[in-house]
Ligand binder design. Sequence first.
Ligand code: KIV
Ligand code: ZN
Length: 512
Amino acid sequence: MADKLIIFDTTLRDGEQSPGASMTKDEKLRIARQLERLKVDVIEAGFAASSNGDFEAVKAIANTIKESIVCSLSRANDRDISQAALALKGAQRGRIHTFIATSALHMEKKLRMSPEQVLEQAKLSVRFAKNLLADIEFSPEDGYRSDEDFLCRVIEAVIAEGATTINVPDTVGYAVPELYGQFIKNLRERIPNSDKAIWSVHCHNDLGMAVANSLAGVMMGGARQVECTINGLGERAGNCSLEEIVMAVKTRKDYYGLELGIDTKHIVATSKMVSQTTGFVVQPNKAVVGANAFAHASGIHQDGVLKARDTYEIMRAEDVGWSANKIVLGKLSGRNAFKQRLQDLGVQLEGEADINTAFSKFKELADRKSDIFDEDILALVSDESVSQAQEQFSFVSLSQRSETGEKPHASIVFKVHGKEVKSESNGNGPVDASLKAIENFVKSGAEMVLYSVNAISGSTESQGEVTVRLQNSGRVVNGVGSDPDIVVASSKAYLSALNKLQNKSDRVAAQG
Ligand code: KIV
Ligand code: ZN
């Protein structure tokens, strides 16, 4: 049997823990469908016991996804595990991923449990989970900073209870490649029943080494599952990036010698979908999915690539889906072509009413913008207004005046619970005036902690995509808005962030 590397995607769980990256059930479902199209082996859909919203999202994904294993995280207690099993009930192939911290620091300061209590809890939890599902993953949280002898006892015990995957997280991104690889190797060699489980690596990127550490865990340690996220999304400096791991293993098959199930031509579309949904923009020089990843600016490089591509290119842009970035629809495209394109992009809108709303938005956009790209369609459907008639705030229209030497002024009309209101303000610039006009009416008191503008498809003719991050009473949310007019895009993004602030959902933090 070929030596396969299992790709476990945790964008919807660990990725979602980035400040402001929380996603709605529909957004998660759309991304899960795209991950299935990408052929990831395991989708960690969420942490079912953390909130009703997460429970419903895991359930919806479990009921929809057929090819990938669907997994839910759970702390090592019966209630969390039962919730995970319940949410996964409809899954073709479900997995419970249970975890408990094993480092001295976490056990003493966070859990206030003795090592013996942690060992007992880990055993009981895996035993309980095993009665509910066959596929059980166990993670000793902060595993890399745990005492090796103690970790050996815990892991041996949970494998004996039936854990089928053992994941060793570098929770705080402290590892370096050689030491992490050696650590996994030691554990596998020392634990007598280690061959009864698949070993997995889960690295955070605090020192920029998550991908290198994961690869060392695979090559030196013998791990055969990598936990990663699209675009490396995740708390702090993020997680190991899926696209980098996959393309490293694929491009250097001569060295790694491992098989992958991933259909790499869907990588770029998935990256764009995650970025547009969460508002986390991908840096242009990011490996594989950054806008410059395949751009050759210097004359020498261009000349070389024109003569023979492999002079400077080690991967082909089309193999990761860059060629899919083409004009897809225009003003004359009909409803069926639009519906088909949505399907091809993995977008499933609920019911005819939502398709009609999206189609009329597409027509409006096509009137203002001659070429409609895949990115425009994805932005259009991630726009709050498509399926979110129930949202509190929605954009209607804007007029603004700005002239050199004059104070910019904006007058905006937006809906509050379906009723139109108008508000005006001056500001330092047209965007500032527009957002102040909204805030004058709403009086949310939220603090803006990030504002960023990005051109969706690269030129001044493209739509502007704006991310606004607001913080209020300890909650952080990202709002995303897109429009050919960046002042309108900014207003939409601000209203979208306000909507998210209203949707209060108290969740339990995974590592809290
Ligand atoms: O980083 C970590 O330790 C985790 C665990 C919950 C697996 O995400
Ligand atoms: Zn993690």
